[in-house]
Design a protein around this ligand. Structure first.
Ligand code: PLP
Length: 390
């Protein structure tokens, strides 16, 4: 008999009752160190006091009023994102896929508006993940997720990630833009090689294309910068973010330059729930914490500690681990043993981690981890690795 909840996930048989900082607790009181962070969502840990305060305060004033009216929180959060990024304007939605959908629409509409309605195709990269809607599935082009859902939505071409020659060669008369993740999250933590984003920027500038970054996972502090592309200092025209933006409250955002947004006039896009007062109160609270002086530098520093420890582990257990991948706290290890079994064994030992493509285990620690948490995690990984080799 089918389960009451549509069985689209292979869920672990584990239910949590509460969370606190970097930990999750089951009803029976078993404690887990949470290095999944709800898949890079609860970046400030569970039940962060400042987020609770802002959410509950807002809950007593106004939850939802629709986008028929001004939403003060949107003005504020947009203003802060703009002040700390390349962007001039922001559209709020509820998820990563919606943020990417908006980005695709912005790119197509820009081309139509400047007299090139024939340019509607985006070039994306193999190994990427952009969400589960029909067009974001087509954008990523992952056969496994597209199979059985009819012909993929038109308008996407694919090249291998990190290869500028292939990218340049793929540009055609119908190309509207390029869509990439600066660090591929679900795909297995491949990181844009040095100079890649700069190369994409110059291809876009040369052919009049829109450069779109999907920073749904790599954004909001995960790599030690507010957005991962800041490491290379190459701004896009459009950027999708979500996951950690609401610290666990569903909210997404599409950031755009004024130039790229030329066609996004009243009536061209919308969302019933997008940017409602509750979501905006929490996103604003998340930004209070992330933009506080020293916070992102702290992420960068602790990520360095984690990386060094992982490198040591990989060196010590070459039969178990192949290499460390990713950037900042969007980090993981490519396994030699099956990653799904590694995830399970770590979980049985009290450490929650997430799988990813290419046999990678992702360690998505909350951005508030300290060295004590890292020691604890390394102790568990080491124990599991040692038992495995025996
Ligand atoms: C998670 C993710 C998405 C999809 O986000 P949803 O909130 O699940 O729709 C899109 N792009 C990237 C890079 C992601 O990691």
């Amino acid at each position: 008999m089918i389960s009451p909840v549509l069985p689209t996930y292979a869920r672990a048989d584990l239910t949590f009752e509460r969370g606190e900082g970097a930990y999750l607790f089951t009803a029976s009181g078993r404690k887990y160190l949470d290095f999944t962070s709800g898949v890079a969502v609860t970046a400030l840990g569970h039940c962060h006091p400042h987020l609770i305060k802002r959410l509950t305060e807002q809950a007593q004033k106004l939850w939802h009023c629709s986008n028929l009216f001004q939403v003060a929180g949107q003005q504020k959060v947009a203003g802060r994102l703009i002040a700390h990024s390349f962007a001039d304007s922001v559209f709020f939605c509820n998820s990563g896929a919606e943020a990417v959908e908006c980005a695709i629409k912005v790119a197509r509409k820009y081309q139509a508006e400047i007299g090139h309605p024939e340019r509607y195709r985006l070039i994306a990269c193999t190994g990427s993940f952009h969400g589960r809607t029909l067009s974001t599935l087509a954008a990523a082009g992952n056969e496994k997720y597209l199979k059985g859902f009819g012909p993929p939505a038109p308008g996407f071409d694919h090249v291998s990630f990190g290869n500028l020659n292939e990218m340049r060669a793929r540009v055609g008369n119908e190309t509207a833009g390029i869509l990439v993740e600066p660090v591929q999250g679900e795909g297995g933590l491949a990181t844009a090689p040095e100079g890649y984003l700069r190369g994409l920027r110059s291809i876009c500038d040369e052919f009049g294309l829109v450069l779109v970054y999907d920073e749904v996972q790599s954004g909001m502090g995960r790599t030690g910068k507010l957005f991962a592309h800041e490491w290379e200092g190459v701004p896009p025209d459009v950027l999708a973010t979500a996951k950690a933006l609401g610290g666990g409250f569903p909210v997404g955002a599409c950031l755009v330059t004024e130039r790229a947004a030329i066609g996004m006039t009243p009536g061209t896009h919308g969302s019933t729930f997008g940017g409602n007062p509750l979501a905006m109160a929490v996103a604003d609270a998340v930004l209070d914490v992330m933009l506080a002086p020293g916070f992102l530098e702290g992420v960068e520093r602790i990520a360095e500690v984690l990386r060094r420890r992982l490198e040591t582990l990989v060196g010590r257990y070459p039969g178990i681990f192949a290499e460390v991948r990713g950037k900042g706290l969007l980090v993981g290890v490519k396994c030699v043993v099956p990653n799904t079994e590694m995830v399970e064994r770590l979980r049985n030992n009290g450490l929650l981690v997430a799988g990813a493509g290419e046999n990678v285990v992702r360690l998505l620690a909350p951005l508030i981890v300290d060295e004590g948490h890292i020691e604890e995690a390394m102790g568990i990984i080491e124990r599991v690795a040692r038992q495995w080799t025996q």
